[in-house]
Design a protein around this ligand. Sequence first.
Ligand SMILES: Nc1ncnc2c1ncn2[C@@H]1O[C@H](COP(=O)(O)OP(=O)(O)OP(=O)(O)O)[C@@H](O)[C@H]1O
Ligand SMILES: [Mg+2]
Length: 270
Amino acid sequence: MVKIIGAVAMNMDNNHQDTAQPIARIVGLYKAFDQQDVLHGINIEFAKGECTVVLGPSGCGKSVMLKHLLGLLIPDRGEVWFEDKRVDMLAESELAPIRRQFGFLFQNGALFDSMNVRENIAFPLREHTDLSADQRLFRVKEVLDMVGMIESISKMPAELSGGQQKRIALARAIVLQPKVVLYDEPTTGLDPIRADSINDLIIKLQRELSITSIVVTHDLASAFKIADSMIMLYDGHVQMRGTPQEFRQSSNQAVQRFLNAHGTGDFATW
Ligand SMILES: Nc1ncnc2c1ncn2[C@@H]1O[C@H](COP(=O)(O)OP(=O)(O)OP(=O)(O)O)[C@@H](O)[C@H]1O
Ligand SMILES: [Mg+2]
């Protein structure tokens, strides 16, 4: 059980001095399904407090990589670390406290249709904390305020737009004060203005709560706006890691092909 005292405690939990240290690491990770090689010895360090964007064509293993971080998939070879814990060696019961350090924003938001916004966000608090009803409501309002959706507290998911649902899903993802938030295609399906407001929110949460962000996206405008560091996965390997500037200037063919295809909206080549 955790005690949640409020936003002040959240800021104290995470220390800005520790930025740029890896909070999670993938070392020499191989993963195949049946005969299909998906990840072929990838190494990635996710710097604490930073936003790492993972790019790569559909089917290259981005979501598979995210699942390894949570211990939802076990590597064929290699290591997965969260802080000083070897995630891939932990038993299911030992994984629960690790998973609690992560918030997830899945592509479809995945709110519970039968619950209103307050109940959706309070759900993880009911499951994982000993907070009273009043304390839960306080915390729900706190995160709704953070994502600019306080006026929707009594609405049902069906009454909200796609972008609003994403904001609520994001509020739910951070309600247990995770150290890391995983975003799998956070802006997909949103118009450019709503997509950009999600970008701003990712940046805001990272800055104000010192959250480490790991973002999988095809949306290059979003990637270049939010990334401190970018990784391109292709053909089972990390093709490149660098700053957005280094990516723009890269002569790596796979990177250039990806940037050109996505910059022009020509997804057919991938
Ligand atoms: N549990 C599984 N069993 C069998 N094959 C799987 C499993 N999970 C993923 N795969 C395969 O691994 C490959 C990579 O899948 P993954 O979902 O990681 O792709 P992705 O890079 O996230 O693609 P997208 O951008 O379309 O979401 C795909 O070919 C997929 O079919
Ligand atoms: Mg995916």
